[in-house]
Design a protein around this ligand. Structure first.
Ligand SMILES: Nc1ncnc2c1ncn2[C@@H]1O[C@H](COP(=O)(O)OP(=O)(O)OP(=O)(O)O)[C@@H](O)[C@H]1O
Ligand SMILES: [Mg+2]
Length: 391
């Protein structure tokens, strides 16, 4: 595991590096004098697995820098050493994507935190991220809503890095479902500068919904749709698999060489439909295209959205029509979905108790393997303890 220690205090830097070099599993310890902003200028190969930040200063914007770095280098883990362990500092650190905050002379606590980082690294062990593609059987099925909100739910435990790529090249709007930030760059910008593609270029082209969830927006002008070619999708997905745990593709509803290339890369394709005949008709057509493309049955998992148990058409009828089991339904909850979309806030954050949020959270847990509730990290545990003792 590659560790870098960053400190403005040279004495601390040397002491910390000495302590870390004594660890048996550590293959490299770099000392970086200065503030977190220094890291932004490092080449990608020089970025460590774990960055130990000594005494970050809120007033100098160090936590914002850490958040930016986490966005640029999604797999980079942060450990912060700070004399300020106030609830306010811990919360701000957590929001910046820091999972461990320890006192300055942390000793064995620092070793334990590094062991946890090493375990996580080992368990992910460079395993490539999973690609999940959402496609509407017919317009308005809710595939963008489900893709953007599932991506948020996948990232919400704080341990998984998630990228969503909006592949609706004509009129994509995925980022607006969960964020009010205007995209600074889009998929067509990345495609036209594909020679610049590296982890930081990809990450900095995304809208940061949270420190571990970014969206690469669709081209803002439909005229730029033709800038995106199938080989660009190959390069972007290949890189994203190395950088993120999950890559969610909102493929929209058009089948063309670019969207088919995206579907080729998918580990699982989720065609989204509703329980009315027009959706069922188009859903059958889509599944027959998938058969012609040689996508196996285990690659395709239908989702019935806006499911209503009292509908005229029953799930059993659907299973017969499609000759496949319907593994997943998402309940119809107009209020929650409309509020979430109108405010640009993920439904699981806005209305966590809605049946729709429960279904999304359950689907995310199935994919991440995280049990409910998400295991508290040491930082969360301490925040929680403090809150109790503050009462
Ligand atoms: N489970 C649900 N319950 C109630 N409303 C929903 C649900 N899922 C989605 N919606 C609503 O359906 C609307 C259309 O959804 P969305 O834009 O995601 O569809 P789409 O399949 O991506 O459409 P397009 O094919 O145009 O891209 C959204 O505004 C959302 O409010
Ligand atoms: Mg859509």
């Amino acid at each position: 595991m590659k560790i870098a220690v960053l400190s403005r205090d040279e004495r601390h830097l040397i002491d910390l590096a000495r302590q870390l070099r004594a660890r048996p599993e550590t293959d490299e310890v770099d000392m970086i004098p200065g503030a977190p902003a220094r890291l932004a200028t490092l080449a990608d190969e020089a970025i460590p697995d774990v960055l130990v930040v000594d005494a970050p200063r809120i007033v100098e914007g160090d936590l914002e820098q850490i958040e930016r770095l986490g966005h640029l280098f999604p797999k980079l883990a942060f450990i912060v050493l700070s004399a300020d362990l106030s609830q306010e500092f811990l919360l701000r650190a957590m929001r910046a994507g820091v999972r461990e905050v320890l006192p300055p002379q942390a000793g064995t606590a620092l070793d334990e935190a590094l062991d946890r980082a090493a375990d996580k690294l080992g368990s992910q062990g460079g395993a490539p991220g999973k690609v999940l593609a959402f496609i509407s059987c017919k317009g308005g099925s809710g595939s963008t809503f489900l893709a953007t909100n599932l991506a948020y739910a996948l990232s919400a435990g704080g341990t998984k890095k998630v990228a969503l790529i909006d592949m609706n090249l004509q009129f994509g709007d995925a980022s607006l479902f969960v964020s009010d930030s205007k995209p600074l760059a889009t998929l067509s910008d990345v495609a036209t500068q594909i020679h610049r593609l590296d982890p930081s270029f990809l990450a900095s082209s995304m809208v940061a919904v949270t420190p571990n969830y970014g969206i690469l927006a669709a081209p803002s002008d439909p005229a730029h749709a033709s800038d995106v070619k199938p080989e660009h999708i190959d390069a972007i997905v290949k890189l994203a698999r190395r950088q993120y745990d999950f890559i969610v593709l909102d493929v929209g509803r058009s089948l063309d060489p670019v969207s088919i290339r995206a579907l080729d890369h998918a580990d699982t394709i989720y065609p989204v439909l509703q329980m009315t005949l027009p959706y069922i008709r188009d859903g059958k057509r889509l599944l027959s295209v998938f058969r012609n493309l040689d996508y196996g049955k285990d690659k395709v998992e239908l989702i019935v959205n806006r499911h209503d148990k009292n509908s005229d058409i029953r799930l059993k009828d659907l299973e017969e029509a499609f000759d496949t089991p319907i593994l997943r339904t998402m309940p119809n909850h107009y209020d929650a979905a409309a509020k979430s979309v109108n405010q640009g806030v993920p439904v699981t954050r806005l209305m966590p108790d809605s049946p729709l949020s429960n279904a999304l959270t359950e689907m995310a847990r199935g994919l991440t393997g995280e049990s409910a509730p998400v295991a508290p990290t040491s930082l969360m545990t301490r925040l929680f303890k403090r809150r109790i003792t503050d009462v």
